[in-house]
Design a protein around this ligand. Structure first.
Ligand SMILES: Cc1ncc(COP(=O)(O)O)c(C=O)c1O
Length: 419
């Protein structure tokens, strides 16, 4: 069997006159609407004062949307900086030619990583004194100064120095050679909670920590605190920069934040029907016979499964859209395929497109629906779609005024469809 790469090569050589867009749509794929992404950037920017910049959080392959295309689009639409979780994610963006400042939010603990960060002009987060010393020592050996960002823990209890010890760390960073203190930041634990009291307690601690720094004569050039939820709901937390992830991708951190700006979901997941058959009453469907038909049924097999990121725990609970109508998934979701009850649908055939997440007609299924069924959050759903699903990018070229590179053949950046 041909691998996806071999198929791409076949298409590139045009030997069989296939179109890549048709081949990658044979089974299952993720569609990324870059125009929606751009729209979301502009909506978020409207909430910010001119002195507040937008940092787009593009970690985890831009929450599963494809980091390079997302980074290019958000920068074009007005974001000023990017944030990633890991060194590898930062390098991927630099290798793609992205020049914007890139903050690494995650932990960096070794001189090797710092050497790579310096080489790629990325910007690390400093969380504790020993790390600051290690970073400074490594940079001294390289004789290369670097912008660093100091992280305060004001209540998330994750990375960062405790807020009331912030002055000691900031003083150390200021005194150590080759470290340029570029910003001081903190991260909110409960900004999406309808009860804002914990968020405001964290804010109080942040303000006190900053006041302490200033009392020692330390003036951080940039302060940042807000994630998507705080950006939507709390302008007093915007400071010089907001770090927005989820809202860029068109989802709201919580239902009570929906009315603030109209966002458009960027990601849609689709697959094709690969076989249709009629089964008799009392027939078991899929592994373990978790579903047994109570009547003769028309069922459709669809080419997507848990290895693509459709959780097996949604078995017998998932709904999909076909021709703008809902259909129920039946039996256990398998690694590469799942089955649907299509008894109520007329004219369903092999090759028809099934929408798992996204719009079809006036029906819509969102990552929020899946998250609710699974007892999780939409962030996890978005990040769960595997690279086996090609990402197909749509953009309205005229609307964006973006000049995108030609179609990129490969699994991650498989195609851009200009509409
Ligand atoms: C430090 C930090 N800032 C900002 C964000 C963005 O959060 P959100 O996706 O809620 O906007 C994250 C995401 O987890 C983060 O870890």
């Amino acid at each position: 069997m041909l691998s996806q790469e071999s198929l791409a090569r076949v298409v590139a050589n045009d030997r069989y006159n296939y179109r890549l867009s048709e081949i990658i749509r044979q089974r299952a794929w993720v569609e990324i609407d870059l125009s929606a992404l751009s729209h979301n950037v502009m909506q978020i920017k409207q909430l910010l004062s001119p002195k507040t910049a937008l940092m787009a959080v593009v970690k985890a392959d831009a929450y599963g949307h494809g980091a390079i295309a997302v980074a290019q689009t958000v920068l074009q639409a007005g974001a000023k900086a990017l944030a990633v979780a890991t060194l590898g994610e930062g390098i991927e963006l630099r290798e793609a030619g992205i020049k914007a400042p890139i903050l690494i939010l995650g932990a960096i603990n070794t001189p090797e990583e710092i050497a790579a960060i310096a080489h790629w002009q990325l910007e690390p987060t400093i969380c504790y004194p020993e790390q600051a010393v290690m970073v400074s020592h490594t940079l001294s050996q390289l004789e290369q100064p670097l912008s660093v960002h100091l992280k305060l823990d004001t209540g998330m209890s994750r990375l960062g120095t405790l807020w009331h010890q912030g002055t000691e760390l900031a003083t150390l960073v200021q005194d150590l050679p080759y470290l340029n203190l570029s910003s001081v930041y903190s991260h909110l634990a409960t900004a999406d909670d309808p009860d804002p009291s914990q968020m405001y307690l964290q804010h109080k601690r942040f303000k006190m920590a900053i006041a302490n720094l200033k009392a020692q004569g330390i003036q951080p050039p940039c302060l940042h605190f807000a994630n998507s939820a705080a950006t939507l709901i709390a302008p007093q937390l915007h400071y010089d920069l907001v770090r927005v992830g989820l809202a860029l991708y068109g989802l709201y951190p919580a239902p009570h934040l929906r009315s603030i700006v109209p966002l458009k979901p960027v990601l849609q997941v689709r697959a094709k029907i690969t076989q249709i058959k009629t089964i008799a009453a009392n027939t078991g469907v899929s592994y373990g016979y978790q579903f047994i038909s109570d009547r003769p049924m028309n069922i459709a097999v669809v080419g997507i499964g848990y290895a693509d990121g459709v959780p097996r725990s949604l078995s017998n609970r998932l709904q999909v859209l076909i021709h703008g109508q809902r259909a129920c998934q039946i039996g256990a979701i398998t690694m590469d395929q799942l089955m649907l009850d299509v008894s109520h649908l007329r004219h369903v055939k092999v090759g028809d497109v099934v929408t798992l997440i996204g719009k079809d007609g006036d029906q819509e299924i969102t990552a929020d629906h899946w998250a609710k069924m699974l007892g999780t959050i939409s962030w996890e759903i978005l990040c769960g779609f595997k690279h086996r699903l090609p990402r197909i990018k749509h953009l309205k070229k005229r609307e964006l005024g973006v000049n995108y590179p030609e179609v990129n053949i490969g699994i991650k950046d498989s195609e851009q469809v200009k509409t």
